[in-house]
Write a protein that binds this ligand. Structure first.
Ligand code: SF4
Length: 335
């Protein structure tokens, strides 16, 4: 692993699925890789489906703030906003011209989303933008959930095709899966936690708001009465315990649930204590940053400069390899 790239969309409040699935992983990667870990708030991806323009900048700021509050250190890693580095869109255009339409149309996420929204061309081009995000930095390690595997495979194909046509330019990136990313279910107990499904627990929500959501979260359906034994393996609350509670509490819940020694309300109250323990320090740091927003703006500006410094040489090489006039003129010294 030499360079990692990962993106998060500023499409709504950051939830615990993002926190365990992406942000914690980023913080850890940042500690290991330092400036070779690039983290990007991908606002250009966010506008491929209908969105509210008046909220986008605030949500982008919010995504940065939460990442910083969660422990991402801008002195050690690079955190930046996608649209602040125009090389992303230029490389996207170049890659799009090399990408067969059928490769984009067969993406599962495109098929799913185009059923929900009117199809904008940006939605079709989304995987080419993702490929550009990664290839621009010649990143070889991509922390993603399994739902992004198909897009990453397309990125590899795009890199291979470009290398074949124009000479070795890009490494083929590999996915770095995290176990927890795959295991955070939504509060509806039916699907993965997702902003679009409205089944999230936000990392900045108050204990009262979270308690209200937990009250409505379904538990093992076998526990109709307090005296019915349950199976924690069929309960979303138990999955949350595994993320937030101490090992001793997880073991106790596992044991007591099976023999009806604990009721679901008490189990949820216990979980809430674990959630508060984990999220309170993050929420306090977020409140401090909110009082000093310049710290967030400065971190993003520093990240923009660092990302642009890495992106520009790649883009210049790409321009030259595909024969663009400006690049040829620069390299040959023509006036
Ligand atoms: S006791 Fe806890 S783990 Fe068992 S079903 Fe109730 S909420 Fe779920």
């Amino acid at each position: 692993m030499t360079r990692a790239f990962s993106g998060i969309q500023p499409t709504g409040d950051i939830h615990i699925g993002n926190y365990f699935g992406a942000i914690q992983n980023w913080v850890e990667l940042g500690r290991r890789l330092g400036k070779q870990a690039l983290f990007c708030i991908v606002d250009y991806h966010a506008i491929t489906i209908p969105y509210r323009a008046e909220e986008l900048a605030d949500r982008t700021f919010e995504a940065a703030l939460v990442n910083l509050a969660a422990g991402l250190d801008p002195a050690q890693t690079t955190l930046f906003v996608q649209s602040s580095v125009p090389a992303h869109t230029e490389l996207t255009w170049i890659l799009l011209t090399q990408t067969p339409l059928g490769d984009l149309e067969r993406m599962t996420q495109f098929k799913d989303k185009s059923g929900q929204h009117s199809v904008l061309t940006g939605l079709l081009a989304y995987p080419a933008l993702m490929a550009a995000d990664i290839l621009l930095y010649r990143a070889d390690t991509i922390p993603v959930g399994e739902d992004q595997d198909q897009h990453l495979e397309l990125t590899r194909e795009v890199a291979r095709r470009f290398n074949f046509l124009y000479g070795e330019t890009f490494p083929e990136p590999r996915a770095l899966h995290t176990e927890k990313a795959l295991r955070v279910p939504g509060t509806d107990g039916q699907s993965k936690m997702s902003k679009s499904k409205g089944n999230t627990i936000g990392v900045l929500e108050s204990p009262g708001q979270i308690a209200q959501k937990l009250r409505l979260t379904p538990t093992d359906p076998a526990r109709v009465r307090r005296s019915d034994p349950g199976d924690p393996g069929r309960c979303t609350i138990y999955t949350y315990h595994q993320l937030f509670s101490t090992d001793a509490t997880v073991q106790m819940v596992n044991w007591e649930c099976r023999r009806a020694g604990i009721g679901c309300s008490d189990c949820k109250a216990l979980l809430l204590r674990g959630i508060e323990r984990e999220l309170t320090p993050l929420q306090q740091r977020a409140a401090e940053l909110r009082r000093q927003p310049d710290q967030v703006h400065q971190a993003l500006e520093q990240g923009r400069r660092e990302a642009a410094a890495l992106a520009e040489p790649t883009l210049e090489e790409v321009r030259s390899r595909i024969g663009l006039y400006g690049a040829k003129r620069t390299s040959s010294g023509l006036q």
